[in-house]
Design a protein around this ligand. Structure first.
Ligand SMILES: CC(C)CCC[C@@H](C)CCC[C@@H](C)CCC[C@@H](C)CCOC[C@@H](COP(=O)(O)OP(=O)(O)OC[C@H]1O[C@@H](n2ccc(N)nc2=O)[C@H](O)[C@@H]1O)OCC[C@H](C)CCC[C@H](C)CCC[C@H](C)CCCC(C)C
Ligand SMILES: O=P([O-])([O-])O[C@@H]1[C@@H](O)[C@H](O)[C@@H](O)[C@H](O)[C@@H]1O
Ligand SMILES: [Mg+2]
Ligand SMILES: [Mg+2]
Length: 190
């Protein structure tokens, strides 16, 4: 859903990013490292800082592509690295939230499965030549839900974090169904 904002966001990021002369792969790597720190922060039960670090990691995920495109340095490997490290970031953030005791192991496992399945279905569809950036809980939405859950949870209590993760599970599996249906339509109906 939020992917529809890309053209508008690009008008903000692209002029800035084209002035940033750094290898975009390093920015992608930095975003992953920040996500690891976010996971640790959740593990030691600091929700607010964890939410901030999700935002910073997400910001890195926004600007890495902008820097690549703005400096004509977009590469296949960069796109591969971006997508791959996103999976690791998503997973470790959920591991940190689980380890921190904000959710039970089953909730954590279901959130992990739902999140990774959304991305897998898209990647598998793309392998068959079907672009599949559809659904209500793409990565941006999932991260934003966890970020908001962390900020609100730091004020109202850790139970808010569990509500946010359950929302990621429900919307994540719904997005999987959306993407499977969309892929089926595109593969059979063209
Ligand atoms: C005080 C600090 C600790 C915290 C402060 C942090 C703040 C500065 C952050 C504020 C922004 C934050 C709220 C944003 C969080 C949103 C985040 C959770 C969403 C992340 O979604 C991911 C995003 C990018 O997706 P992709 O990775 O798929 O896209 P690209 O990277 O652009 O393209 C990939 C493509 O590029 C090439 N490539 C990539 C990497 C590489 N190494 N080499 C490459 O070649 C290759 O071709 C790849 O295929 O998804 C975007 C979806 C949507 C538009 C996100 C919008 C969410 C949000 C509501 C918008 C917030 C706007 C924000 C307030 C303004 C940001 C400021 C601006 C300067 C960035
Ligand atoms: O939205 P989602 O499908 O779960 O996850 C997305 C991946 O499918 C895509 O390959 C990548 O470029 C995006 O940055 C995001 O990680
Ligand atoms: Mg990116
Ligand atoms: Mg990404």
């Amino acid at each position: 859903m939020l992917n529809n904002l890309r053209p508008y966001l690009g008008r903000i990021t692209d002029p800035i990013a084209s002035r940033i002369k750094v290898n975009p792969n390093y920015v992608t790597l930095a975003g992953f490292i920040i996500a690891l720190v976010a996971a640790y922060t959740f593990a030691v039960k600091n929700l607010f800082l964890g939410g901030l670090l999700i935002a910073l990691s997400g910001f890195m995920d926004i600007i890495d592509g902008a820097i690549a495109r703005g400096n004509s340095k977009a590469t296949k490997f960069g796109g591969f690295l971006d997508s791959t490290l996103d999976r690791f970031s998503d997973a470790f953030i959920l591991v940190g939230i689980t380890y921190g005791g904000f959710i039970g192991w089953l909730t954590g496992m279901l959130a992990l499965h739902a999140s990774l399945s959304v991305s897998y279905v898209r990647a598998r569809a793309e392998g068959e030549g079907v672009p599949c950036s559809v659904g209500v809980a793409e990565r941006a939405e999932r991260l934003l839900i966890l970020m908001l859950g962390a900020f609100l949870g730091s004020v109202l209590g850790g139970f808010i974090m569990e509500i946010a993760v359950i929302l990621v599970i429900v919307l994540g599996y719904f997005t999987v169904v959306q993407r499977i249906y969309y892929s089926w339509k595109m593969m059979f109906c063209g």
